[in-house]
Ligand binder design. Structure first.
Ligand SMILES: O=P(O)(O)O[C@H]1O[C@H](CO)[C@@H](O)[C@H]1O
Ligand SMILES: O=c1cc[nH]c(=O)[nH]1
Length: 237
């Protein structure tokens, strides 16, 4: 049993998986956090690994950038490989000055400009939300670790570069949106559809308001807190 995007065999994945966009982040997580990590997927270099964290099995699978790419990997992880807990570990831009670079953002909900979500629901505006148990666990653990974190409404945008600006963007922070990334809404919508648990945890790397940003070197170390938090949540789910 393989798919066009994944050559892992049945049982190669643990029930819980971390989902970074970046394949090299998947490799970094496997090599620096997991014990006995083995490569289970390398199709298109979208790397996937399984190992253990604190003695419990866990996987990490890259999703690529954007909701179409994530949707392929997540659909297959759920429906072909039987995964039950999916935690995205991403980077996000900041849309609220209270959220500082390096802060952890828990996407309690994910608003979106994407037709991927909108077109499923006809006249309805579906609200993609995180699994409450995962969200509560992440918030409790972030607190216990003394992390600076925020839980709130994320924007999952299909567009990274708004070359000509776009109307309405200013309304998003005014309605409590705290960050922007590109995948959480599709992840939450698929999790709802297939009755599995999902959460998105991001590290804020560049503030769109103040223009503060993490330099390339600090980026990796700043992601460490988020990864350890996500692994703790994943193996207890
Ligand atoms: O760092 P990752 O997980 O890739 O997440 C963010 O970074 C990419 C854009 O640079 C998008 O995938 C966005 O969601
Ligand atoms: O999607 C993203 C990710 C990081 N920073 C952004 O500004 N956007």
């Amino acid at each position: 049993m393989t798919t066009p995007h994944n050559h892992a065999k049945p049982g190669d994945y643990a029930e819980a998986v971390l989902l970074p966009g970046d394949p090299l982040r998947a490799k970094w997580i496997a090599e620096n956090f997991l014990t006995d990590a083995r490569l289970v997927n390398s199709v298109r270099n979208c790397l996937g690994y399984t190992g253990t964290w604190k003695g419990k099995p866990v996987s990490v699978q890259a999703t690529g950038m954007g909701q179409p790419s994530l949707s392929i990997y997540v659909h297959e992880l759920i429906n072909v490989y039987g995964l039950k807990t999916l935690i995205r570990v991403g980077t996000c831009g900041g849309l609220n000055t209270k959220v500082k670079v390096r802060d952890v953002v828990l996407a309690q909900a994910a608003s979106t400009d994407s037709a991927i979500v909108r077109d499923r629901f006809g006249p309805y505006n579906f609200a993609p939300i995180a699994d409450f148990g995962l969200l509560r666990s992440a918030a409790d653990k972030a607190d216990a670790r003394g992390l600076r974190f925020h839980a709130g409404n994320m924007l999952s945008s299909d567009i990274f570069y708004h070359a000509d600006g776009f109307a309405g963007y200013d309304k998003l922070p005014a309605h409590g949106i705290i960050g922007v990334e590109m995948e959480a809404a599709a992840l939450y919508t698929l999790a709802a559809r297939f009755e599995v648990k999902a959460l998105t945890i991001c590290t804020m790397t560049d503030c769109l308001i103040t223009k503060d940003e993490i330099d390339a070197e600090a980026r990796q170390t700043s992601l460490r807190d988020m990864v350890e938090l996500a692994l703790d949540v994943a193996v207890e789910a």
